[in-house]
Design a protein around this ligand. Sequence first.
Ligand code: ZN
Ligand code: ZN
Length: 368
Amino acid sequence: MPASDYASRIRRLAGVLDQLGYDAFLASSPVTMGFLHGLFEGGGERFLTLAVNRSGDCRLICPGLSATQARRQGVQDVRPWNDGQDPMFRIAELADDWGLASGLIAVEDEMRADHLLAIQKTLPAALFRPGREVIEAFMGRKEPWEVERLERAGAIADAAFEALLGWLKPGMTEAEVAQGIEREMVQRGGGPGFCIVATGANGAEPHHLNDQTVLQPGDAVVLDFGCSVERYPSDITRTVCLGRASDELKRVYETVFRAHHAGRDAARLGAPCQEVDRAARRVIEQAGYGEYFMHRTGHGIGLRGHEDPYMVEGNETPLAVGHCFSVEPGIYLPGRFGVRIENIVCMTEQGCRSLNAEPAPEILELSV
Ligand code: ZN
Ligand code: ZN
């Protein structure tokens, strides 16, 4: 991204700070600093923060070993500190220069506690607030070029799914299947991602860790995976059956499919995020499986695989153009099987648009 785009992001962030009444925002995660200024670098245990104020000034306080790289990324105001020094002299200096001693400061949620505690000790009269609402307002709505990357990552995951239907067989282990899926994504240009393979009873664990479980004929297999394209991820879930599906598996799959679409249909501009969750959950409850759907319906997706806005009860954020998120209801029957169906969607002027191919309306029964 050109430097001028980063400058416009800093200006927009300053506008959000002004609107919400904050004097400054302190970013510290590589993702947020990368988003704001192309600095995809964290300090780890060393103190590093990108500070922005409501006038649009931007300053980086960083370990001396990161200073050259930061300047090369176009950060003009770089204030290094060196090992052996207490970096808080840079915070005191920042507070003097920007008048923050008794200011209202939004701090990125991911800042380390030891770093924030040191800042609070240095500025005892300042008020600190969680920076999440600042970031949500700022990063939640994707620009068209970001949506385009999410869509390309989605297309790679979709193609990997089509390909795996040709080789997924009983006798393979979950770990082997996961390696195969990762290979399919890499071959198509996908960058690092993730892959959950949960067969049979393991499918009832939504975040199952792949192991050496061998796929058996008749198993429902939950496949949840994604890759990345220029740092933007994909995330889809498909559930298939190895051989003939039982009547109950067919019924559960059909219920989850209807819940998935009910969630998408509820995703309208201006509708609160919780409506997406409610609509999907209602279908599952009405089918009698409510207690077996124990997670939220979806999460936002961007530079982070999971981020605001969340499709969850209690989230009244109205859906707006550029919001990208998953719709992924599931039913998990302990000791038996699980079904989840997940697509990523994007809010446009015309409404909700899927960034993935459509899931099958009936469970796919693979020949074994
Ligand atoms: Zn997923
Ligand atoms: Zn997801």
